[in-house]
Design a protein around this ligand. Sequence first.
Ligand SMILES: [Zn+2]
Length: 68
Amino acid sequence: MRGRPQRRPDPDLWTRRHSECASSDAGFTSMGEAMFVHTAHGGHGPKCLQFLSAAAYLDGRADPDEYV
Ligand SMILES: [Zn+2]
């Protein structure tokens, strides 16, 4: 029970960090987190900044404004 990974998937944390569709401030720490948010906010439409941010992250970009 030693050597706990530094970054382990934590969907509960991700859900809290990315609960606001109008916020794009949280950022992502892993591809898994971005994929989780991309799925959770999928279908929310073009005003969902969480979805746009996740899509941008997964596309290798840091700035979601490019999509607006
Ligand atoms: Zn959303």
